[in-house]
Structures are given as structure tokens and as C-alpha cells.
Design a protein around this ligand. Structure first.
Ligand code: SER
Length: 322
């Protein structure tokens, strides 16, 4: 399959990030060069533009077969169980986030055709209650209290280890909450910042599962996509972090987001009914120091709160594209 060109394998392709990243990767590398995989096929027409195959990342043999046949030069490993979903099923989260990742690392390391780069996201969830909350440094205390955070921290250590021991070029970003309009997030603590837009448009009211004054780092999807691709394009020798990079764009509370939407969209009813996700959010940073990402590979966000809200409103008002 890989005819001397780049060939990209994406796991977890049907998720919030994967759906958009597959589209971007196909624009860059060619439609046939990006194999999208996920547990189940997606109805999303994005996947019609190129190859798609079902793959459970826990099926190491299945993964091996795909790698032998497709011969990817890069793997984007996006399959994961997010924070709130992981709290509901810690065993599944451990299996998918750790064993699934180990499968990818092992298969990549020993692939007969060379896998040159692996991308494996981490999260702000690696931080915990003893981490400095404001401008959280790149290197600091990491004492996650969620099973998701624990698995992502193990993932960071594994990335660093496979790079040091086997020279596997693993790259990673600690994503903040990702905000997008194309595909909903699946089971995260930051999902309120996406849900709110849809509810405001349909019901003119929203009840947040996080309290009004809960600051969290967030990023608009176009920034996340560009940042990810820029990191993957950066020369290996420029990269000083092989665990995972802090990457920041904006920080706001549910109240601040609601106020900005009111300013741009008009009045709506905002309520608060914090649930178990409040406890998760309270253990995470409010903002990140991403100096290292800026220095090493020139990271610079383009969307702040105002620009993100304007673009979200503009796009989700458009009739759904079928
Ligand atoms: N958005 C993710 C979550 O809330 C954080 O990585 O789980």
C-alpha cells in the first residue's frame, strides 16, 4: 500500500479529534494514504474519502496485520477513554489507554517497514491537586486523582521510555479541553464547553455540570489541529520533550463562556448543577505555561475566547451538511 510516500494510520479516528484530523491528513498526504480505523465504522461522510477499517486497539494481532499490510510511516494513536467515561469504567480505561497504547508502541517499534513517527496525545488530566494551578509549568508535580489522568501519565512515561530505549520518535501534546462543532466530544470533563453551544441554539438555555467559577484551559479545534500537525512536522532534533508538551490557547470559566455567548448571540438561561465532574475539574490546572512548545516548535495559538465563540456560533448555525 505504501508506495514510497507517507502512509498514515489513525486509531480512534471517529472521535472528536480523529474525525477532523483524518480530513486534514488526507488533504496533506492524499486520500488513499490515510487509513482511518476505529472500533465501529462511522456514518460520517468524512471517512468515505479514503480507506477505513475497524480496529480494536486491544487486538494486537489485528493491529499487526494492518501495519504489515498498510505499512504506515506514521501512526496517530487517538483511541482512548476520556476522563468522565473512565471514572465510570476504570478497568476499560486502563485496558484501552495503557494496554492499547503498549500495543501501538510495540507494533510500531518492531514493524518490518519502518514507522518513523508516532503521535499519542496526553492531557491536562496528568496534573493533580498539588500541581500549581495557574501557569502550570511543563515540569511540575503530576499527581492525578482520576483513572484517566493516571493512564495518561503512564502513557507519557512510556512515550519517553520508548524514545530513549528504542529511538521510537513518539510525539505528544497535553491537550486542554477541545472545542469543536463537527463531532461531539465523548465523555470528557470539558464537554460542557461544546454542549452549551448546541443547547443555547436549540433551547435557549443550558445547565452546566460544572459550577460557574471553574476555570479550565481550553482550545479551539483549528488551533489543536494546526498545533498537532506542526509538532509532527517539526525536526526531531528540535524537540526537547518526549513525554508530552503543554500547549495552551485560552482559559475561561462556565460563567465567562456564558457571558461571551450572551454578548454575541443574545440572552439565554444559564443554570448550574455540578456533578462528579466538578471534582475532576477542581483537580486540574486553570492555565498552562507552554513556553517549551513555543520555543521548540514555534507553537502560537490563534483563537481566544471571543474568536472561538464567534466561529462556533457561525458554524453551528449553518444547516447540517449531509
Ligand atoms: N477533554 C478531556 C477530558 O475532559 C481532557 O483531556 O477528559
Amino acid at each position: 500500500m505504501n508506495s514510497g510516500k507517507e502512509a498514515i494510520l489513525v486509531t480512534g479516528a471517529c472521535g472528536q479529534l480523529g474525525t477532523e484530523l483524518v480530513g486534514e491528513l488526507r488533504k496533506i498526504y492524499g486520500e488513499g494514504q490515510v487509513l482511518a480505523t476505529d472500533m465501529k465504522p462511522s456514518e460520517n461522510q468524512v471517512f468515505d474519502s479514503g480507506p477505513f477499517q475497524t480496529l480494536n486497539v486491544l487486538d494486537k494481532k489485528g493491529l499487526q496485520e494492518i501495519v504489515e499490510r498498510f505499512r504506515p510511516t506514521q501512526i496517530y494513536h487517538l483511541a482512548a477513554i476520556l476522563s468522565a467515561a473512565a471514572e465510570r469504567n476504570p478497568t476499560l480505561a486502563w485496558d484501552v489507554n495503557i494496554a492499547g497504547f503498549m500495543n501501538v508502541l510495540d507494533v510500531a517499534k518492531s514493524a518490518p517497514s519502518k514507522v518513523y513517527k508516532v503521535y499519542a496525545p496526553s492531557s491536562i488530566a496528568v496534573f493533580g491537586p498539588h500541581t500549581p494551578r495557574r501557569d502550570t509549568p511543563q515540569h511540575t508535580i503530576t499527581d492525578p486523582t482520576t483513572v484517566y489522568g493516571i493512564t495518561k501519565l503512564v502513557g507519557e512515561r512510556l512515550s519517553d521510555y520508548y524514545f530513549a530505549q528504542y529511538q521510537l520518535d513518539v510525539r505528544s501534546i497535553r491537550y486542554p479541553g477541545l472545542i469543536s462543532y463537527k463531532t461531539p466530544p465523548g465523555g470528557g470533563t470539558t464537554d460542557y464547553a461544546v454542549e452549551i453551544f448546541h443547547k443555547v441554539l436549540t433551547d435557549r438555555k443550558y445547565v452546566s455540570f460544572l459550577g460557574p467559577d471553574t476555570p479550565l484551559p481550553m482550545m479551539y479545534m483549528p488551533d489543536a489541529l494546526r498545533g498537532t500537525l506542526e509538532l509532527m512536522e517539526a525536526p526531531a532534533e528540535k524537540l526537547t520533550i518526549r513525554s508530552s508538551y503543554n500547549m495552551a490557547a485560552m482559559c475561561f470559566t462556565p460563567h465567562e463562556l456564558a457571558e461571551e455567548i450572551k454578548r454575541q448571540f443574545g440572552e439565554f438561561e444559564m443554570g448550574y448543577s455540578p456533578d462528579f465532574r466538578q471534582h475532576i475539574a477542581d483537580s486540574w490546572p486553570a492555565s498552562l505555561d507552554d513556553t517549551q512548545a513555543r520555543l521548540d516548535w514555534g507553537w502560537l495559538p490563534r483563537f481566544g475566547l471571543k474568536e472561538m465563540v464567534a466561529d462556533m456560533l457561525k458554524n453551528i448555525r449553518l444547516p447540517a451538511r449531509v
